[in-house]
Design a protein around this ligand. Structure first.
Ligand code: ZN
Length: 131
């Protein structure tokens, strides 16, 4: 499977899967499947030596990349920044970006994008612990 697939959708939650993360290849976006309203989330993998086929930037969304496995570089406004499993990278909307897998194993990552400056409450200011 190289696309996300909806498993369950109710009025209040939805569940999708890309199958086994170890064998996932390519890129899968889940906003439409999960009907998210504040973030887009995608899962991506790049094979050794491969880059995203284009540079891009955003109009209003910042992105946070969480590297799940592998090694690579983020090219941010022309500057190469090495990343590896466990790296978490925030990129402002206007920054030109690309990602390349430089290791011997695929580079797997999650990308979360949301409108820059829109987060008003989070963790303990938004979360309500229930008894
Ligand atoms: Zn992007």
């Amino acid at each position: 499977m190289n696309k996300a697939e909806l498993q369950k959708s109710t009025e209040n939650y939805s569940i999708a899967t890309v199958g086994n993360l170890a064998t996932f290849e390519g890129k899968a976006f889940v906003k439409d499947l999960l009907k998210t309203t504040s973030v887009e989330v995608s899962l991506g993998t790049l094979q050794p030596g491969c880059s995203v086929p284009f540079f891009h930037h955003h109009k209003q969304n910042e992105e946070v990349y969480v590297v799940l496995s592998g090694e690579g570089v983020f090219i941010l406004d022309g500057k190469e920044e090495p990343v590896s499993s466990g790296s978490i990278v925030r990129v402002a909307p206007a920054v030109s970006r690309n990602t390349k897998c430089t290791g011997k194993e695929p580079l797997a990552y999650i990308c979360i994008q949301g409108k820059e400056g829109s987060l008003e409450q989070y963790t303990m200011t938004d979360g309500v612990v229930e008894q």
